[in-house]
Write a protein that binds this ligand. Structure first.
Ligand SMILES: [Zn+2]
Length: 146
């Protein structure tokens, strides 16, 4: 199953530059203003401005695992992640957190281990998390709409 979506150039540019402080919303869970925008893909480590923003915790490097439901914001105070990197509404899921939860569950639950044996990472995550599968499939349908 392919859940990746090609991000438009404009979205990517916004993602690469990170969002200014004025653009970063407070955390909806705890109200903290210590919020960073997620940056996906391989960053330009020579970009001193960007690296300074990473150091100031205004930008978080989210890695190369980007899905249509990847979160846009991260709260430093409580760890909550929300929004979607493509600006659409709906729940978002951090692939790293889902991966940690998957490994934890497969280690402790023989039934989960059997159910996902031989699967690739994404399929295993979707098999054990019906609500994540639903969100992904909803996004797929939205993307196919003209
Ligand atoms: Zn928070």
């Amino acid at each position: 199953m392919d859940h990746d979506r090609e991000i438009s150039k404009a979205e990517w540019a916004g993602s690469v530059s990170g969002d200014s402080k004025a653009d970063r919303p407070p955390c909806p869970e705890c109200g903290s203003a210590a919020v960073a925008s997620m940056l996906y893909g391989l960053p330009n480590f020579d970009d001193e401005k960007l690296m300074a923003r990473v150091k100031r915790k205004e930008v978080v490097l989210g890695g190369c695992c980007l899905s249509s439901c990847s979160p846009r914001w991260k709260c430093w105070a409580c760890g909550h992640m929300w929004g979607r990197v493509d600006g659409t509404d709906g729940p978002s899921y951090d692939i790293h957190q889902l991966t940690r939860e998957l490994f934890e569950r497969v280690r402790n639950d023989p039934e989960a281990e059997r159910a996902t044996r031989g699967m690739n990472l994404i399929d295993a995550i979707l098999t054990l998390n019906p609500e994540v599968r639903e969100a992904f499939e909803e996004r797929e349908r939205e993307n196919k709409r003209p």
